[in-house]
Design a protein around this ligand. Structure first.
Ligand code: SAM
Length: 390
């Protein structure tokens, strides 16, 4: 494997719609040779940077390190190419491994079949050399291998993150439909929040958006809570390098900024409190049980609301439409000077908000295609600056 100073290509994966914010994060962190892709950004860095990327990036799901790239048209070629990689450079007999295959190819139709062939090729190579083979562990492998086949191009990568990076480590219990942490961080970065003005989520559920906002505002790296990254069980793991990254005191307490959450559900607020406490953010976030209809934002010049209201799967159509209308009325009357950002997949209900969005981005909340909409509520007017058309 590489010495810690030599550079290599890496791939940071993310959700559709967050590629640009991830690109910016990588650039700020010092990545070079950046290239935007679909749900990913390619970049170059050394081993230290790979650790740093895992520790600091808020909008990356995982960081892959490609170790081989070749053309394949059938499973025999695949088996032979995988066997030509010296796997004992990467892991030992006593390590466990797993394989994750993603296929966009006419030559291979089933990812399970590809996974099986790759597993056989690796196991056979160990057996030939050591008369034994390492075990597969799907839950918690020491080495996670990624196979990506696009047409006839196969890329073999090691997954340096292990568990997806959205699993920050502060969430122990979940409520209904929590936002993915990477998506929440991406929404905040897309909103362009200045990390100074008041940040509110008045339908905060388990608190994902307010926690991610408080982490950003205080410059707390999202990796600080993680128990483990994938690269920690690699053969070339350098503990000192990782400890140096942990010990760099990047945290910049920002006592001025207000981060506020509320929700109608007592259970949701209890879960949010638990998560906030796990993240050590009790003094950085104000939170209470309150329906949005009663909630009054603090009287500030400007502030921002980033929120993920119910989409209405469990409510009657006229009720959800009326709810979105009341949200719009609420914003117009109580949130003067605020930027409002809503994530919803309910296009009909969105129209009832009665405000003209100044921008809209398509994002995916799991499988749901959503709109992430921005409304600017101007001081001295009950409407947005733009015409109130919808
Ligand atoms: C889609 S969930 C938000 C999930 C949240 N972003 C998270 O990560 O856990 C919508 C939330 O809106 C809350 N809610 C519904 N009606 C409300 C109301 N009238 N006032 C305040 N909160 C409300 C629900 O209790 C629920 O927690």
């Amino acid at each position: 494997m590489d010495s810690s100073s030599s550079k290599f290509k890496m791939v940071a994966k993310t959700f559709r719609g967050l590629e640009n914010v991830l690109y910016k994060e990588l650039k700020q962190l010092g990545a070079t040779d950046l290239e935007l892709g679909n749900r990913m950004v390619e970049f170059t860095g050394d081993k230290e940077f790979m650790y740093r990327a895992n520790f600091h990036l808020r909008t990356a799901l995982r960081i892959l390190k490609p170790i081989a790239e070749f053309k394949v048209k059938d499973d025999t070629q695949l088996y032979n190419k995988i066997q030509s990689i010296d796997w004992s450079t990467y892991f030992d007999l006593e390590n466990t491994f797993s394989i994750d295959s993603v296929i966009f190819s006419d030559h291979f139709s089933h990812s399970n079949f590809v996974t099986q062939r790759v597993k056989d090729a690796i196991a056979d190579q160990f057996r030939e050399k050591f008369q034994k083979r390492p075990y597969v562990d799907i839950e918690d492998p020491d080495i996670k291998i990624g196979i990506h086949i696009s047409h006839d191009l196969c890329t073999v990568s090691l997954d340096s993150s292990g568990d997806s990076l959205h699993k920050r480590g502060y969430r122990q219990i979940t409520n209904k439909a929590p936002l993915n942490e990477v998506l929440a961080a991406g929404m905040i970065l897309l909103s362009g929040w200045d990390k100074k003005s008041t940040f509110i989520d008045p339908m905060c559920g388990s608190g994902t958006l307010i926690i991610e906002a408080a982490l950003m505002a205080n410059n707390i790296p999202p990796g600080i809570y993680r128990k483990k990254f994938g690269f920690e069980t690699w053969k070339d793991f350098d503990n000192e390098l990782l400890e140096n990254i942990y010990e760099e005191d990047n945290v910049e307490p920002n006592p001025e900024v207000k981060v506020i959450g509320s929700d109608i559900s007592e259970i949701a607020i209890r879960i949010a409190q638990e998560n906030i406490s796990n993240a050590g953010l009790k003094r950085k976030i104000e939170i209470k049980v309150d329906p949005i209809e009663n909630f009054t934002p603090p009287n500030t010049e400007n502030g921002i609301v980033v929120t993920n209201p119910p989409y209405g799967e469990r409510i009657k159509i006229n009720e959800i439409n009326a709810f979105y209308k009341s949200l719009g009325d609420n914003f117009k009357t109580k949130y003067k000077g605020f930027e409002i950002w809503l994530l919803s997949n309910n296009n009909d209900a969105i129209k009832r908000v009665g405000l003209h969005p100044s921008s809209r981005v398509t994002l995916f909340n799991g499988a749901l295609e959503c709109k992430f909409l921005n409304y600017s509520i101007y001081e001295g007017s009950k409407k947005t600056k733009n015409k109130n058309t919808e």
